[in-house]
Design a protein around this ligand. Structure first.
Ligand code: ADP
Ligand code: ZN
Length: 213
């Protein structure tokens, strides 16, 4: 059950991971979430990561690999884990292989959620999340009378600072250049499963669940 969720920004990795972690009772390890938490808490890592995130760039490999290696060694990962947003470069993928060998584990499957770029732009521009429970919503499907309040916990719905303006386009380009080549990397290892992410999230969820079962 050691799984990697791949896909461009806005593909729906976070939404799917949120349900999968509950279904399979495994930790959801999102490097984006880890960095955002560090930024919120103004730790040294957060201050460093923020510089890159705000401009749509990747946080340097050394830093990212370090926090993931530390996280994967924790006890709750022993029955499996769901990696989301990592690896994002070839250097990270090779480092992950090394970490896995060191802790005596293997990646079982890499799920790629595929969505056309025109749709990604639309989705990211409308994406908001709850400042309290972190649930993800889209303005396009939120009720008009929601007043940007989370239906689950009443928290305020906010837009990520990197989900605005030019940064969105920058992130999609970074994905094409640095992350997309990883699909080939995992295809060659026989681990890649492609999922059409331009469908109802319920349908996508059942498909991923079936693969993991
Ligand atoms: P999305 O998938 O929507 O782009 P994430 O939450 O996964 O969002 O990532 C947000 C930002 O955090 C990225 O734009 C990048 O700056 C940083 N980040 C996340 N994961 C990585 C990673 N594996 N390597 C480098 N930077 C990362
Ligand atoms: Zn909430």
């Amino acid at each position: 059950m050691n799984t990697i969720l791949m896909g461009p920004p806005g593909a729906g990795k976070g939404t799917q991971a949120d349900r999968l972690k509950k279904e399979f009772k495994i930790p959801h390890i999102s490097t984006g979430d880890m960095f955002r938490e560090a930024v919120e808490q103004k730790t040294e890592l957060g201050l460093e990561a923020k510089k890159f995130m705000d401009s749509g760039q990747l946080v340097p490999d050394q830093i990212t690999i370090g926090i993931v290696a530390e996280r994967l060694a924790q006890a709750d990962c022993s029955k499996g884990f769901l990696l989301d947003g990592f690896p994002r470069t070839t250097v990270q993928a090779e480092a992950l292989d090394e970490v896995m060998t060191k802790i005596g584990k293997v990646i079982k499957v890499v799920i790629n959620i595929d969505v056309p770029k025109s749709i990604l732009l639309e989705r990211i521009a409308g994406r908001v999340s709850c400042s309290k429970c972190k649930a993800i919503f889209n303005l396009a499907t939120l009720a008009e009378d929601s007043n940007k309040i989370c239906g689950t916990c009443g928290g305020e719905l906010i837009q990520r600072s990197d989900d605005q303006g030019d940064t969105i386009v920058k992130r999609l380009n970074v994905y094409d250049e640095q992350t997309n080549p990883l699909l080939d990397y995992y295809h060659k290892k026989g681990l890649l499963k492609n999922i059409d992410g331009n469908r109802d999230s319920e349908v996508i969820y059942s498909e991923i669940k079936a693969i993991l079962e």
